[in-house]
Every structure is written in structure tokens, then in C-alpha cells.
Ligand binder design. Structure first.
Ligand code: HEC
Ligand code: HEC
Ligand code: HEC
Ligand code: HEC
Length: 417
């Protein structure tokens, strides 16, 4: 992870001393959080997350001289939790003063009703340049945010149009219209593009008047700003872990930095409150209670195994696995269906974890998280054997994202029994 140096001191602010067009405008670009509201990964140092994003944005903004842009795709899915997340994200960006948010395919898939509620929460800042502008939709065709006019497009128009029940116009038509309006209003046209780097290169060659294109990419952002002719090409990367900050002055972008949200950014208090509200909604809407139970695997809890396996129980009790639910509870995330599967026993079974009160022996990572359901074995240990556990069992939970430092020999040593 790279933390590029910031050249804040070098910004040419003589505020009033400069003639208008020499004014430096700071541009901050985010996007494609893909549902990662909380910091990614379960190991320290965690990166990303919306609370840190807002703290970083505030640190790098200059009030009155900053444009905040987001390329959309707030969430990855369309379930109830995704809906709540998308609204939370819109509310957080709205409160933090975002100027324009592109409608990405993932946002469109949430449906027009939800998108409009998101647009309301974000102070009407969503832009969909390929949709028919209509007064009741409230979605802007372009976002005017001097010195910029922001165009929001998708390289495949149907990915945005179809889920919203509209025929979206071709990307080039929308970009052309945006550039014309920008010229008429003496603004600099910039495009938020749901498309690849290749798409952005082609777009820049067809529309050299575009000052900047922000495209979608996977992983971390490029270390440098790229230029196609005079058009700057940038991408904030995936999973909401980075922001891009650059300066616009005299018609040109410069002083680019891709900034990762490491732990040096303390949670923004307003965003933290909005995030707590999100967790409260997940809790009060009883999303854990509503989870489909796909199997009837008979779990019985670690306490029962302990009657016959004292050594293993002793080791387990001293391990962090025992506390896995407490770890979530300490953060208020103990009723979050996105976290519980790896932090309790048997969440997908009708006879698995429900709540600490109903199923106290299935809270945390237990014997059966690795060994599998053990009721039959407990009733008749010599007749029903427990299959051998291998490293594969660990990898269900210790993924490259949640446990990047995982190695079986080293980790097993800590809990060998
Ligand atoms: C059901 C999910 C799950 C499975 C399966 C699982 N773990 Fe874990 N493991 C966790 C969670 C969650 C934590 C963090 C607990 C906490 O800190 O609250 C953890 C923590 C650990 C730790 C503590 C890390 C530390 O920093 O001390 C070790 C060691 C460990 N696991 C080893 C293993 C091994 C070895 C396997 C496979 C044999 C395994 N785990 C299987 C979920 C799992
Ligand atoms: C795919 C399984 C999985 C999911 C889903 C998961 N975790 Fe974890 N979590 C783990 C594992 C494995 C560890 C232990 C990592 C290690 O020590 O290497 C862990 C550890 C943690 C820790 C302890 C970190 C530390 O270093 O002290 C926290 C906090 C945590 N998880 C929070 C969460 C939250 C919040 C969510 C939901 C947003 C979540 N986890 C979802 C598997 C998971
Ligand atoms: C993090 C995963 C994990 C957890 C939790 C866990 N085990 Fe194990 N256990 C293993 C692995 C891996 C082995 C060694 C491989 C094997 O022999 O199956 C093992 C071995 C054993 C063995 C010895 C098997 C043999 O053939 O010698 C027993 C008995 C056992 N575990 C019981 C328990 C009990 C009881 C608990 C809960 C108190 C528990 N385990 C918790 C992963 C786990
Ligand atoms: C009533 C006592 C009893 C209970 C309860 C019990 N076990 Fe066992 N377990 C045994 C005995 C006895 C053996 C040894 C079987 C043999 O070697 O013939 C055994 C063997 C095992 C083994 C080695 C593999 C095998 O099947 O031989 C594992 C792993 C294991 N138990 C895990 C568990 C887990 C996990 C639980 C709780 C879900 C559990 N046991 C509950 C008595 C029990």
C-alpha cells in the first residue's frame, strides 16, 4: 500500500491575488466502493471504509475550492442489506458535500425507487447523462459544479438503462451533448465513466475536449495520472480503499496523488454516526433472523464436546476463536449477516447459531466450525466418526481478504490440540 506524499504546501493559493482562471481547484475522486462501507479485511492494519474516506476528504479539501466526485457503484448486490448500505452511502456523501455521483450499473440495479431515495439523500447530486431527463425523476443529466460540468456515463448504456426501464442513449451522444453545454456555459467538461481504461482511451481520442475521465478498475489505482492527448485519465481503484486528489489550474490537471485510507485517518464523527445508524437498521430489520437456513446440519455446541475432549477444549478456550463474536459485539457488528458467518458456528443451518441467548454454545468460532456438525458423533462417538480436518477448513474463513497473513503451519501451531 502506498501513501504518496502530498504537496499541499505547493498549491498556488494567493486566493484573491490570482485572476479567476488561475484559481486552483482541488478535485477529489472516489468510486466503486462495491459495498465496502466498513474497512476491508479483518486484520490490522485495516484499509478503506467510508468513515475514513470522509476524514481524508476533509483533510485534503480547501473549502470553497474543492470538487468532490464519485463514480458510483456503491454496492455490489441488490438484497435488503445492499439497499440499506446504498442509502447510507448516499446520505454520507450528501452530508459531506459531494458535487456529483455517477449512476453506475450496480446503482441502477437497485431500481428507480431506491435510486431516487438515494438521490434525495445525496442532495440530488446523482448524474445520469444517458437517461431521458425528466422533472419527476430528479436525476440530473449533467452536474454543473463550476469550474466543471460533470458528465456521468456507462460504456454499455443498457447496463444503466435496462434496470431502470429506460432506453439509455449511446455514450458518445451523451458526451457530445455535455461538451456542447460546457462550451456554452464556459465550463470544463469532465466525465465519470463506468467503463474500462480502454474505454476511456477511446473516449478521449474521440472527444479531446474532455479535461478528465475517471474510469473503473480493479485493485489499487495507478500510481501516476495518465494523459491521452490533453485529457487526464484516472481511476480510484476498487473496494473504496482510495481517493484520488489532484489540482486543476489554468485548464490542466496536476499534482496527482492516490491516497489509501489507512488507520492514520481517524473516523469522521458525522460519518461514524451515520454508519452506526446503518448497523442499527440492519439490527432492527432483523436481517440475521431473516437469513435463509439452507441445511439442517445438527450442531450441538462446543460445551458438549468438552465433556469428552478436555485437552482440545482447554486449547480452544484459550484461543481467539472463542471470542470471535465478542470481537464483533465490541464494534456493534454482532447482528450483521455479512460478518457473522465466520464469527459463529453454523449460521446457514436451521440448527446453527441464532443469538447468544438462544444458542450460547454456538457463539464464536467453535469446535464444529472446523470439525463440522457433531451431534451424531457425540451421541455415539465410536460409531459415528468425525472426518479429518485439513487446511481447507481454515481457508473458508481465513481468506486472502480477511487473513492475508494466514499460513497453516504458523496458525495451527497457535491452536494445536
Ligand atoms: C468459521 C470461521 C473460521 C475457521 C473455519 C477458522 N478460523 Fe481461525 N479465526 C476465525 C476468526 C473470526 C478469528 C478472529 C477471532 C477474533 O480475534 O475475534 C480467527 C483467529 C484465528 C487465530 C488467531 C490469530 C492470532 O492473531 O492469534 C488463529 C491462530 C486461527 N484463527 C487459526 C485457524 C486455523 C489453523 C484454522 C483451520 C484449522 C482456522 N483458524 C479456522 C475464524 C475461523
Ligand atoms: C470470510 C470470513 C470472515 C468474514 C465474512 C468476516 N470476518 Fe472478521 N475475521 C475473520 C478471520 C479469519 C479473522 C482472523 C484474521 C487473522 O487473525 O488472521 C477475523 C478477524 C476479525 C477481527 C479482529 C481483527 C484484529 O486484528 O483484531 C475483527 C475486528 C473482525 N474480524 C471484524 C469483522 C467484521 C466487522 C466483519 C463484517 C463486516 C467480519 N469481520 C467479517 C473472518 C471473517
Ligand atoms: C480452528 C479449527 C478447529 C477448531 C476450532 C477445533 N479443532 Fe479440533 N482439530 C482441528 C484440526 C485441524 C485437527 C488436526 C487434524 C485432524 O486430526 O483432524 C484437530 C484435531 C482434533 C482432535 C484429534 C483428532 C485425532 O485424530 O487425534 C480432536 C479430538 C479435536 N480436534 C476435537 C476438538 C474439539 C473438542 C474442539 C472444540 C473444543 C476442537 N477440536 C476445535 C481443527 C479445529
Ligand atoms: C460422549 C463423549 C464424546 C463427545 C460428547 C464427543 N466426542 Fe469426539 N470422540 C469421542 C471418542 C470416545 C472418540 C474416539 C473414537 C475412537 O477412537 O474410537 C472421539 C473422537 C473424536 C475425533 C477424532 C476423529 C474420530 O471421529 O475418531 C474428533 C475430531 C472428535 N471426537 C471431535 C468431537 C467434537 C467436535 C465433538 C463435539 C461436537 C465431540 N467430539 C464430542 C467421544 C466424544
Amino acid at each position: 500500500m502506498k501513501f504518496l506524499p502530498l504537496l499541499v504546501a505547493s498549491i498556488g493559493f494567493g486566493a484573491a491575488a490570482w485572476p479567476g482562471r488561475q484559481q486552483t481547484q482541488i478535485v477529489i475522486i472516489t468510486g466503486d466502493a462495491d459495498g465496502n462501507l466498513a474497512p476491508c479485511g479483518c486484520t490490522k492494519p485495516q484499509t478503506g471504509g467510508i468513515k475514513r474516506r470522509i476524514a481524508a476528504v476533509k483533510q485534503f479539501s480547501l473549502p470553497g475550492h474543492t470538487t468532490l466526485l464519485d463514480n458510483g457503484n456503491f454496492v455490489a448486490g441488490t438484497g435488503r442489506q445492499d439497499q440499506i448500505k446504498a442509502q447510507t452511502m448516499a446520505e454520507i456523501l450528501g452530508a459531506a458535500g459531494w458535487d456529483a455521483i455517477n449512476v453506475g450499473p450496480a446503482d441502477a440495479r437497485l431500481g428507480m425507487g431506491l435510486l431516487l431515495s438515494m438521490n434525495g439523500l445525496a442532495n440530488g447530486k446523482f448524474v445520469a447523462s444517458q437517461l431521458q431527463p425528466s422533472p419527476d425523476s430528479g436525476l440530473q443529466q449533467f452536474s454543473v459544479s463550476p469550474p466543471f460540468l460533470v458528465i456521468g456515463v456507462a460504456a454499455q448504456p443498457e447496463t444503466v438503462g435496462q434496470p431502470l426501464g429506460q432506453v439509455a442513449s449511446p455514450m458518445d451522444d451523451a458526451v457530445k451533448a455535455g461538451i456542447e453545454q460546457a462550451k456554452a456555459d464556459n465550463l470544463a467538461p469532465v466525465a465519470l465513466l463506468q467503463g474500462t481504461r480502454e474505454d476511456s482511451l477511446q473516449l478521449a481520442s474521440r472527444f479531446p475536449d474532455l479535461k478528465l475521465i475517471s474510469y473503473r478498475s480493479v485493485g489499487s489505482p495507478p500510481e501516476k495520472m495518465e494523459f491521452a492527448g490533453a485529457t487526464a485519465l484516472v481511476s480510484p481503484g476498487s473496494d473504496g480503499k482510495y481517493l484520488l486528489r489532484m489540482e486543476y489550474r489554468g485548464g490542466k490537471f496536476s499534482n496527482y496523488a492516490a491516497i489509501a485510507f489507512g488507520p492514520q485517518y481517524k473516523d469522521d464523527p458525522t460519518a461514524a454516526r451515520q454508519f452506526r445508524n446503518y448497523l442499527t437498521r440492519v439490527r432492527t430489520e432483523k436481517l440475521v433472523e431473516k437469513l435463509p437456513r439452507l441445511s439442517n446440519d445438527a450442531y450441538m455446541g462446543s460445551l458438549a464436546c468438552g465433556k469428552c475432549h478436555s485437552t482440545a477444549t482447554h486449547v480452544w478456550k484459550a484461543s481467539l476463536h472463542t471470542h470471535a463474536l465478542a470481537t464483533l459485539a465490541a464494534r456493534g457488528e454482532d447482528r450483521d449477516p455479512e460478518c457473522l458467518p465466520c464469527h459463529v458456528v453454523g449460521l446457514s443451518s436451521s440448527r446453527g447459531f441464532r443469538s447468544p441467548a438462544e444458542t450460547p454454545d454456538l457463539a464464536g468460532v467453535g469446535c464444529e466450525s472446523c470439525h463440522g456438525p457433531g451431534s451424531a458423533h457425540s451421541a455415539s462417538p465410536r460409531n459415528v466418526r468425525i472426518p479429518k480436518v485439513t487446511e481447507t477448513a481454515c481457508l473458508n474463513c481465513h481468506t486472502s481478504n480477511t487473513s492475508p497473513g494466514f499460513s497453516f503451519p504458523a496458525y495451527w501451531k497457535k491452536i494445536k490440540h
